[in-house]
Design a binder for this molecule. Structure first.
Ligand SMILES: Cc1cc2nc3c(=O)[nH]c(=O)nc-3n(C[C@H](O)[C@H](O)[C@H](O)COP(=O)(O)OP(=O)(O)OC[C@H]3O[C@@H](n4cnc5c(N)ncnc54)[C@H](O)[C@@H]3O)c2cc1C
Length: 486
């Protein structure tokens, strides 16, 4: 990556990554869940998971969306942001000019374009903590929350092979919490495998090297997938549509003037809401293989150093003079893995090997997606607004001509990034699957009374953003538990 680093951001507060994410509400494709079921995961077909998406949802735009797919009354508020800026409209129009239909990505047909919905309430973020925990915190007597606690190990009885509790550190003290029924790990796709491995559940070879007694030899940490992309494909905007900082005071006033309703550009993630799903000429089915997102940033900084401009940006997303176009690889073939940190397995970050582009086809699909994106420049929407692709080769890729496959290949391999969707590291699968870590009821193989409930259980990453699918997984897990204990 030519000296750059690829950030693997995670949310570490209550609500996890939903407390820091882009709030895009996306469920994935029907075929994703049917694929999970076809791989031997009974109960996970689209028909069977749709009720859980709907159960979670309180959709505030039901006048626009089909009730077959959407509902209201759930804890998770889903809405269009109250503020939509001109570039969102320009981008959606450009895809329409290219012939894409306007669609509900979470409805009958995912292929198309539109303004995405968000997990927010009146223009303000609604994390899973705000949606699910806050309303019952200090009210339900069977809910005890310990914050600022760092779980170091799941305690598993070596004789009965049953998980009985967890060890955790709080205020420098090593403490334990015991489970009367079972333990559930929801530490996410990076830390659930780490915790399992620290507890003796994982690949024998790796754990033995760490001097950890193996209680169940499973492919924990394998099957790592993410939606890989680049942050160095840039669009410049003219004064006509660029949005810069001086409006900040007005925008703060707008945001607060009519509580609880937020408005103005601070009540939005701006161009991230302009979304399109396409299938490139390499897609073998009538299913999307690329999703587009657009990150607004200062174009000079973006051009000078895309990775750090995006990582260090302190302005709200509503202020930008240029865009980083992100074609996301929806169905990666490459698989990575996660291992414990050799020098500090407990507190050190785990070793993450994404192994992006180890399958050549992944690169080719993305190049095809980029080439599609560049044709937006010829649409009436772009021409009217003067938006154009920055065609000056970026540092490290100067030896290639902008627009060629070689140039785009250089962008993708030197300015690689993701939109923070790691998944699959505690794979759900039937017992015949050597890579499977949990069964279709999310129980860890070879250990009693231990489940994993988070996006690490996805056998194959879904075509879309991961927050709503993770919430669906949790809703379904709640029913599995009720079936067993109530
Ligand atoms: C910057 C960013 C932008 C994103 N944008 C979107 C988006 O717009 N739309 C979308 O759908 N998805 C988005 N995602 C992805 C989505 O938010 C995540 O996939 C989803 O939240 C994953 O949920 P999870 O429960 O599996 O894991 P997480 O949300 O990561 O939750 C794991 C939790 O476990 C806790 N934890 C971990 N280890 C320990 C330990 N040892 N002890 C105690 N606690 C521990 C963490 O603190 C955290 O609270 C984004 C993610 C990021 C980071």
């Amino acid at each position: 990556m030519k000296g750059h680093i690829c950030h693997w951001t995670r949310g570490k507060s209550m609500g996890g990554s939903s407390a820091v994410n882009y709030m895009v509400y996306m469920r994935g494709n029907k075929a994703d869940y049917d694929g999970w079921a076809a791989a031997g995961n009974s109960g996970w077909s689209y028909r069977e998971v749709l009720p859980y998406f709907k159960k979670a949802e309180n959709n505030r735009n039901l006048e626009v969306y089909d009730k077959k797919y959407h509902s209201e009354g759930g804890p998770l508020n889903v809405e269009r942001f109250p503020y939509i800026d001109n570039n969102v409209l320009m981008l959606v129009q450009a895809f329409r000019d290219r012939g894409l239909p306007v669609t509900d990505f979470n409805g009958e047909n995912q292929l198309g374009t539109d303004i995405a919905q968000s997990t927010s309430l009146h223009g303000k973020r609604l994390s899973v903590n705000a949606a699910y925990i806050r309303p019952i915190r200090h009210i339900r007597s069977n809910l005890k929350i310990i914050t600022k606690a760092y779980v170091t190990k799941i305690i598993i009885n070596p004789i009965t092979k049953a998980a009985v509790g967890v060890e955790y550190i709080k205020d420098g003290a090593l403490l334990t919490a015991y489970a009367s029924k079972e333990v559930i790990s929801s530490a996410g796709a990076i830390n659930s495998p780490k915790l399992l491995m620290l507890s003796g559940v994982g690949p024998t070879e790796h754990l033995t090297k760490q001097n950890i007694t193996v209680l169940s030899n499973l492919s924990v940490g394998h099957n790592l997938q993410d939606h890989v992309t680049t942050n160095a494909l840039l669009i410049a905007l003219t004064n006509k549509t660029a949005v810069d900082g001086p409006q900040l005071l007005n925008n703060i006033y707008e945001y607060y003037k009519q509580p609880p309703h937020k408005n103005g550009s601070l009540a939005s993630t701006s161009t991230l809401n302009a979304v399109a799903f396409i299938n490139t000429n390499l897609s073998k089915q009538d299913l999307p293989d690329i999703q587009f997102h657009f990150d607004g940033r200062n174009i000079e900084e973006l051009y000078a150093d895309p990775p750090s401009s995006i990582a260090s940006n302190i302005f709200p997303l509503g202020y930008y003079t240029g865009l980083s176009v992100k074609p996301l690889l929806l169905v990666p073939k490459s698989r990575g893995y996660i291992m414990l940190n050799h020098t500090d397995p407990v507190y050190g970050p785990p070793l993450i090997y994404p192994r992006f582009f180890t399958e050549r086809e992944d690169l080719e699909v993305l190049i095809s997606g980029i080439k599609y994106a560049t044709t937006l420049e010829d649409t009436p929407a772009f021409i009217e607004n003067g938006a154009y692709f920055v065609k000056v080769p970026i540092s490290g890729c100067e030896s290639f001509n902008w627009g060629t496959n070689e140039y785009f290949s250089c962008l993708l391999t030197h300015y690689t990034t993701t939109i923070f969707h790691p998944a699959g590291t505690c794979k759900m699968g039937p017992s015949s699957d050597t890579e499977a870590v949990v069964d279709a009821r999310l129980r860890v193989y070879g250990v009693n009374k231990l489940r994993v409930v988070d996006c690490s259980i996805m056998p194959q990453i879904i075509r879309g953003n991961l927050n709503a699918p993770t919430i669906m997984i949790a809703e379904k897990a709640a029913d599995l538990l009720k079936e067993e204990y109530c």
